[in-house]
Design a protein around this ligand. Structure first.
Ligand code: ATP
Ligand code: MG
Length: 416
């Protein structure tokens, strides 16, 4: 008989006391309803690895939505339910916990979403992606803290291996290819040998995944601490070219992603900034195809298009004697995110300086006089006002005038 591992003390040590007591009481309440409750998936993996993870995923053999309502007294807040899969999200104070009904899944067609039916914990664990994500902890009072490890997840954790549960795993759901690469690079693990062969064999199955689901995977990659590691590995294994043939996960990208992090510190770079850098060397036509494939939402598409069209102006922007008003003219109207991408990606130190100057200073500079001021001074309403404001703006940018008074004198000189 295999020995029973109990993780009660790890849970106490690594999780906030409020969440631990929530789970203890939730286990009791579930029990009183004749249901069994488990902590599952990533958080169990991370407990064993001693990595911080506060995303609690609970699975109940019974009904998640019913149980969620019973739990309300111990987590007074919001319940968001999805009746189709019988899942619930509990949100209270600063916590958020996902509660799912144990389910089994059948894949009718590769890449399509599975047909879901209620099931046991075992069937729920058997549909999961990798052995290290199949472990569960019992929360039922008499068995509280006991580890359930049906697929040798602990062994694979100690061997640092990413291993699928069966040989059709990537065919059923090719997003697992990207998931596998993410875990491998995040945890510094290795794809287990057979898993690696299956992954390579099934790369073409990525074509069965919808643009929306692929984009979701790409976003998850770009939210990793070091996305370039995943992209590099994806190129090495031939996965990246499935995203778009001319993308590269090379040394250039590693350097630029690193700079993006420095510039964005203390927050992480946005998905848009990373994506603009990833797509930086694509031609305009390729960028359009890439965006269509990922079905990028408008704001991200805008960033990528802006970055591409700014790249086309790089030559003029690298002119050493360019006055601030000239820099302004070349950069005005582009999204700050696209400009930051250009700043990082550009090879010309002068162009970089110019973009930095624009982002730090020039974009905020405006003339002090307004159209109304000009009318008051006696300038007749009409196109002339707009022209004068533009000239004033340029003079301000180029430091030829520094005060409202100065501007008035300047206008006076032009009008006389
Ligand atoms: P992360 O730390 O990235 O959040 P996680 O393991 O919590 O990792 P989630 O994407 O939050 O991953 O999913 C929760 C669990 O659901 C996973 O641990 C895994 O068991 C299962 N899972 C998620 N996506 C899939 C999938 N495409 N195929 C099979 N199982 C999956
Ligand atoms: Mg998670």
């Amino acid at each position: 008989m295999s020995e029973i591992t109990n993780l009660t003390s790890q849970m106490q040590k690594q999780l906030p006391a409020e969440l631990v007591s929530f789970m203890q009481v939730a286990g009791k309440i579930a029990r009183s309803q004749g249901q069994s409750l488990y902590l599952v998936g990533g958080v169990v993996r991370d407990l064993l690895l001693e990595r911080t993870n506060l995303d609690l995923d609970l699975v109940v053999e019974g009904s998640a939505i019913n149980l969620a309502h019973q739990l309300l007294p111990i987590c007074p807040g919001k319940i968001i339910t999805h009746s189709r899969f019988n899942t619930a999200k509990l949100q209270w104070s600063k916590w958020s916990v996902d509660l799912a009904t144990a389910r089994s899944e059948t894949y009718t067609k590769p890449g399509a979403l599975p047909v879901v039916t209620p099931g046991s914990l075992e069937s729920d664990l058997s549909r999961r992606d990798f052995t290290i994500n199949t472990m569960a902890i019992r929360l039922t009072p008499s068995h509280y803290g006991e580890l359930i490890d049906l697929y040798r997840g602990v062994y694979d954790l100690t061997q640092k291996l990413i291993c699928v549960l069966h040989e059709k795993s990537f065919i059923d759901d090719a997003t697992r290819i990207w998931r596998g690469l993410r875990y491998e690079q995040r945890l510094n693990f290795h794809l287990e040998e057979t898993t690696l062969q299956l992954l390579k064999r099934d790369i073409p199955m990525l074509d069965t995944i919808s643009g929306d689901r692929i984009r979701h995977e790409v976003e998850l990659v770009l939210k990793e601490e070091f996305p370039e590691k995943v992209l590099h590995r994806a190129e090495e294994l031939g996965v990246l070219k499935w995203l778009y043939p001319s993308l590269r996960g090379n040394g250039w990208l590693t350097e630029k992603f690193g700079q993006a992090r420095q510039l964005s510190h203390p927050t992480l770079p946005s998905v848009g900034l990373y994506l603009a850098l990833l797509a930086y060397h694509l031609t305009d036509e390729e960028t359009e195809q890439f965006m269509a494939k990922l079905r990028l939402p408008k704001s991200l598409a805008h960033t990528l298009r802006d970055t591409a069209s700014r790249k086309a102006k790089l030559g003029s922007l690298a002119a050493p004697k360019l006055p601030p008003s000239g820099i302004y003219r070349l950069l005005y109207g582009y999204s700050p995110q696209a400009l930051t991408a250009s700043l990082i990606a550009s090879d010309s130190p002068i162009a970089r300086q110019h973009i930095q100057l624009f982002l730090d200073k020039l974009r905020y500079i405006k003339p002090a006089l307004t159209g109304d001021d000009l009318k008051r001074i006696g300038i007749a309403p009409g196109p002339r006002i707009k022209e004068i404001l533009k000239l004033l703006h340029e003079a301000r940018l180029d430091g030829k005038v520094k005060s409202k008074r100065g501007e008035e004198e300047m206008v006076g000189g032009w009008v006389d």
